[in-house]
Design a protein around this ligand. Structure first.
Ligand code: ADP
Ligand code: MG
Length: 237
């Protein structure tokens, strides 16, 4: 599903944090929003998921204008940095929760949860509680829960930030595999350029609430559009 964000503006009180930003993501593409802390990556992701109201601009998924659609009606799955799993629920209940909200029949929930658990390779962990899982396993549960409604769009906010170095490497390729296998359109928010370069088709490098350069990783590395880009990549001209 194509994502088209046009002239997006977001204010908190008197402070404008995003001004007139436009971004299109092709169907099936995985794009990174990359940039330093505070540049507006999460704010952009929250606008696309509908968690934040936007102050200006429009958002389309395919031909559909979703600008005013509440988050639960958007075909979007979100994975947060801290995973936000429900501690009192089992893995199966966590994954199935979005379907319970939708009031699907228990048998159907069970079969979809099973399918998702296979997809992220945690079929043997369904009865456990989140605190009985490793960081990587919790991450897989969060991914399964984000995908269980079969959304058209997957939004990932610093999903690997809480993992140790080895797991981070493993989950980089795991998330990319899932994205390719499902053909979902994905946006990855990260401040880690290696993560962005290794996982995404294109990178939007942000600075102070706008996009400084958007291109493939190779192009950005070979032809940084400004000193800022070159500096960020640690490759000054
Ligand atoms: P990033 O994810 O790139 O680190 P954010 O999108 O979280 O950055 O934040 C962008 C800017 O908006 C920052 O200056 C931040 O302080 C501000 N901001 C984010 N959320 C709020 C909020 N709820 N209220 C006020 N300011 C906010
Ligand atoms: Mg953030």
């Amino acid at each position: 599903m194509r994502i088209e964000l046009q002239n997006f503006t977001k204010r908190f009180g008197d402070t404008t944090v995003i001004e007139d930003m436009s971004l299109s993501v092709a169907s099936g593409e995985m794009i990174a929003l990359l940039g330093p802390s505070g540049c507006g990556k999460s704010t952009t992701l929250f606008a696309i998921s509908g968690i934040h109201r936007i102050d200006g601009g429009t958002l389309h998924f395919g031909d559909r204008d979703v600008t005013r659609l509440p988050p639960q009606d958007r075909p979007v799955g979100v994975v947060f940095q801290n995973y936000a799993l429900y501690p009192h629920m089992s893995v199966a209940e966590n994954i199935g929760f979005p379907l319970r909200v939708q009031k699907l029949k228990p048998a159907e929930i069970k079969s979809r949860v099973g399918e998702m658990a296979e997809l992220v390779q945690i079929g043997n962990l369904l009865k456990r509680k989140p605190q009985q899982l490793s960081g990587g396993q919790q991450q897989r549960v969060a991914l399964a829960r984000a995908l269980v409604r079969k959304p058209d769009v997957l939004l990932l906010d610093e999903p690997l930030a809480n993992l140790d170095a080895k797991l981070r490497l493993e989950m980089r390729s795991e998330i990319r595999r899932l994205q390719r296998e499902t053909g979902i359109t994905a946006i990855l928010v990260t401040h880690d350029q290696i993560e962005a370069m290794s996982m995404c088709d294109r990178i939007a490098l942000m600075k102070d609430g706008r996009i400084e350069q958007i291109s493939t990783p190779a192009e950005m590395y070979e032809r940084p559009a400004s000193r800022y880009v070159a500096g960020f990549l640690g490759n000054p001209p």
